[in-house]
Write a protein that binds this ligand. Structure first.
Ligand SMILES: Cc1cc2nc3c(=O)[nH]c(=O)nc-3n(C[C@H](O)[C@H](O)[C@H](O)COP(=O)(O)O)c2cc1C
Ligand code: SF4
Length: 432
């Protein structure tokens, strides 16, 4: 079983969430090396060589993103994105729960490389226990001299501030996160200017995901070339896959990039539960397009999955068995986006409302075939026309499900019930 353990190698060691145990496992040695033996530019160079791409969804190369910061503008900020509200995604929570100091070490290394004196760890409101854990670990690290002034006797000082969100999906979008941190209602900002030039408090800012930063201690201690040799040419390293749905063993599994999805599904997840068969799966969380059993042989490689019409996104694999109604799943996801739309732009604010209304009529078996065309029209008027990606992604699952399972969508029209599950669902008020 090819489970490549890098970020998760020490998970399971008793007390890993405490500083002494983390240190006994070699923790904070990479930070020591960084401060003593490397210049900030050398670290940025190693991150570039490593080929590390952001684990928050878009997969942008981390070293390149860092080098967009203007050279002589200070102060500058680092925001750590622990908002993790993507449906199906729980790998950042797992990394925080199980190895919080690895993240904190990664944060301080990144802060040193970027010459940042204030790093803000933005964590979603629902992760209350994880916020308390991080606050405790930050205090432990501060008391040991890993955070604060003159870290480990060097000239470099940095504080880490843990900030709890209030539970809005849009606050995971980097500019909305910055708005929220500044105390405003979290809504995306127009880009450009990009955060690297004008971010938090109008200053150069880098926003990075929890898993992205957790890789840094390993890149610093073993080097960019070593990291680059893991995975594929353009998808280097490992990823922590959070797997859910109708599988025998839901959970988080770390695997080298480039291995087949089938290996994750069959060996780690134990395949479908109760001997059932796989009908469809989403490889990157609720925002991503649905794939079919024939796609199981694709490699866990960002570009290969994109070529097949979907994305590895935030690393959330959701598997659906033969009893699943794709209209029902689409309806539930559309409801999520409708609920989470921040309301700033009309295509998303209005589009998700009409999408949701139509999906409820379809699922209840009262929509007509013509309404399927209306659904397609609504989605066409959203995708690529919204202010931020939330509105675009609100159409991706439903349209891909429609493409792959058209007969199932059509069979719902006028059926009076769900033809897959037989469920008679009452219409929502306002959808008749
Ligand atoms: C609606 C929306 C929600 C997002 N939620 C998250 C999130 O919860 N966590 C995250 O790291 N990135 C999220 N992103 C992506 C961030 O905007 C950003 O690209 C990412 O944090 C950059 O970090 P990385 O380069 O390390 O991947 C979201 C993007 C959008 C459009
Ligand atoms: S697309 Fe949706 S979430 Fe994004 S700005 Fe527009 S209304 Fe807000």
């Amino acid at each position: 079983m090819a489970e490549y353990k890098l970020l998760t190698k020490d998970i399971g060691v008793e007390g890993l969430q405490t500083l002494p145990v983390y240190e006994r496992r070699g923790g904070y040695q990479a930070l020591r090396t960084a401060l003593r033996d490397r210049t900030p530019d050398e670290i940025i160079e190693q991150v570039k060589i490593s080929g590390l791409r952001g684990r928050g969804g878009a997969g942008f190369p981390t070293g390149t993103k860092w080098s967009f910061l203007p050279r002589d503008v200070f102060p500058r900020y680092l925001c750590i994105n622990a908002d993790e509200s993507e449906p199906g995604c729980f790998k950042d929570r797992y990394l925080i729960d199980e190895n919080p100091h690895q993240l904190i070490e990664g944060i301080v290394i990144a802060a040193y490389a970027l010459q940042v004196q204030h790093a803000f760890l933005y964590i979603r409101g629902e992760y209350h226990d994880q916020r308390l854990l991080l606050e405790r670990c930050v205090e432990e690290a501060r008391a040991a001299g890993y955070i604060g002034e003159r870290i480990l006797g060097s000239d470099f000082g940095c504080d880490v501030i843990v900030h709890g969100g209030a539970g809005a999906y849009i606050c995971g979008e980097e500019t909305a996160l910055i708005d929220s941190l500044e105390g405003f209602r979290g809504q995306p900002r127009l880009k450009p200017p990009f955060p690297a030039v004008k971010g938090l408090y109008g200053k150069p800012t880098v926003v990075n995901n929890v898993e992205t930063l957790s890789n840094l201690p390993h890149i610093v201690s073993r080097g960019g070339e070593w990291f680059k040799a893991i995975g594929t040419e353009r998808s280097t390293g490992t990823r922590v896959w959070c797997c859910s749905g109708h599988i025998e063993r839901p959970g988080c599994y770390e695997m080298e990039l480039g291995r087949p999805i089938r290996e994750l599904f069959e060996e780690h997840c134990g395949g479908m539960w109760k001997g059932r068969s796989l009908k469809a799966f989403q490889p990157g969380g609720g925002s991503m397009q649905v794939l079919l059993p024939e796609h199981l042989d694709l490699p866990l490689d960002m570009d290969a999955v994109m070529k097949a019409g979907s994305s590895l996104g935030a690393g959330a694999m959701m598997f659906m068995d033969e009893t699943t109604c794709l209209v029902n799943v689409s309806m539930r996801l559309v409801d999520f986006y409708h609920h989470e739309s921040c309301g700033k732009c009309a295509p998303c604010r209005e589009g998700t409302y009409f999408e949701s209304q139509l999906m409820h009529r379809l699922e209840a078996g009262v929509a007509t075939l013509d309404e399927l065309d209306t659904l397609k029209d609504i989605c066409a008027n959203m995708d690529g026309k919204c202010f931020c990606p939330l509105g675009d992604t609100a159409t991706w699952f439903v349209m891909s499900a429609y493409r792959h399972f058209r007969a199932e969508f059509e069979a719902h029209c006028g059926a009076g019930a769900c033809p897959v599950t037989g469920a008679h669902r009452p219409l929502l008020a306002g959808t008749a």
